[in-house]
Design a protein around this ligand. Structure first.
Ligand SMILES: NC(=O)c1ccc[n+]([C@@H]2O[C@H](COP(=O)([O-])OP(=O)(O)OC[C@H]3O[C@@H](n4cnc5c(N)ncnc54)[C@H](OP(=O)(O)O)[C@@H]3O)[C@@H](O)[C@H]2O)c1
Length: 295
């Protein structure tokens, strides 16, 4: 049995569905299963659980061989803050997995210098990696670059729908955007691939592109001449300081955007993809699919 924590999310739903389709027994954990009939329709066993409720995690881990953990509260505030979910909640999940004899724990982290990041969410990811490594459970830690799906929504949708977009910062830092579809393929592979055990896997998509290039590509594909507004870095830094105490989730998003705009964000996974025969999605293919799906 494989437990997918965050089965209702962008990546988690892809992983849970793909594992089910490929013949694995899959249990998906989410906070409100009734809200996700589409997952039950695919034959997934859904369990109610919450990273802030340790008992629910012990229950969900019963009889489980592999945990795939994709849940996160990057935008969470108050009771569902990143500290409560990504730090304390993940400790409880790893403890529950250990108690129930889980053999392998696949954790989805993020790329970059997360140990020394000023962004709380990034440091919580690093702390979870360390806690997992010390747990004695076999692990695979996946550190992807930014997802095409997420940035295609943030940047692309507003170009295609409204003919305008907002860029956080200068937009000139190269990034290896990766499709969540490809991250899913590496996760499915890691479930049964002994050579990916007890490893940290850095993942990036084919090529690297700045956010300004992403904007140009969406504009060209959608036949638009968008109005592009840049929020300058000093403004973003000030916004983060002001907003963080009240809304830490927004503070995390601004902080991650600053990281994307200012720190090395290129990962070449072509060798890994060739070695394991994962055919990666190019940014152009992703944009073409997105534009065509709107027609
Ligand atoms: N998006 C990117 O660009 C990107 C880049 C690199 C790495 N990542 C990492 O990839 C992973 C997947 O990202 P994503 O964008 O696919 O995530 P997502 O769509 O935002 O999904 C978030 C998931 O977390 C669950 N969740 C939130 N709070 C919870 C709690 N208290 N208890 C249990 N579940 C909770 C949500 O479930 P409910 O249905 O219960 O709300 C949802 O399924 C994350 O670890 C993320 O950090 C993302």
């Amino acid at each position: 049995m494989i437990l997918v924590v965050g089965a209702s999310g962008l990546l988690g739903s892809k992983v849970a569905t793909a594992l089910k389709e490929r013949g694995f027994e899959v249990r998906g954990l989410c906070r409100n299963p009734a809200k996700h009939p589409e997952l039950a329709e695919k034959g997934l066993e859904l369990v109610q659980g919450d990273l802030r409720q340790p008992d629910s995690l012990v229950k969900a881990c019963k009889g489980v061989k592999t945990v795939v953990a994709t849940a996160n509260a990057v935008m969470g505030n108050g009771d569902n803050s990143s500290k409560k979910v990504d730090l304390d909640g993940y400790r409880a999940l790893i403890d529950a997995a250990k108690k129930e004899g889980v053999a392998h724990f696949i954790f989805i982290s993020i790329s970059g210098d997360i140990a020394n990041s000023p962004v709380d969410f990034a440091r919580h990811k690093y702390a979870t990696e360390e806690y997992l490594k010390a747990s004695g459970i076999d692990y695979t830690i996946i550190r992807p670059q930014a997802y095409m799906e997420t940035w295609g929504t943030v940047v692309g949708d507003s170009i295609l729908k409204k003919g305008k977009t907002l860029v956080f910062g200068r937009g000139d830092n190269p990034v290896s955007f990766i499709s969540a579809e490809d991250v899913k393929e590496f996760i499915v592979l890691a479930v049964n691939e002994p050579t990916l055990r007890n490893k940290i896997i850095e993942l990036g998509g084919p090529g690297s592109f700045t956010v300004n290039e992403l904007v140009e590509k969406f504009a060209r594909a959608g036949g638009k001449s968008p109005k592009v507004t840049h929020l300058p870095l000093p403004v973003l830094r000030l916004m983060r300081l002001v907003v963080k105490p009240l809304k830490p989730g927004i503070g995390n998003i601004i902080g991650l955007s600053i990281m994307l705009d200012t720190t090395p964000s290129v990962t070449d996974s072509s060798e890994l993809a060739n070695q394991y025969k994962v055919k990666q999605t190019t940014l152009d293919q992703f944009i073409e699919q997105k534009v065509n799906s709107r027609v």
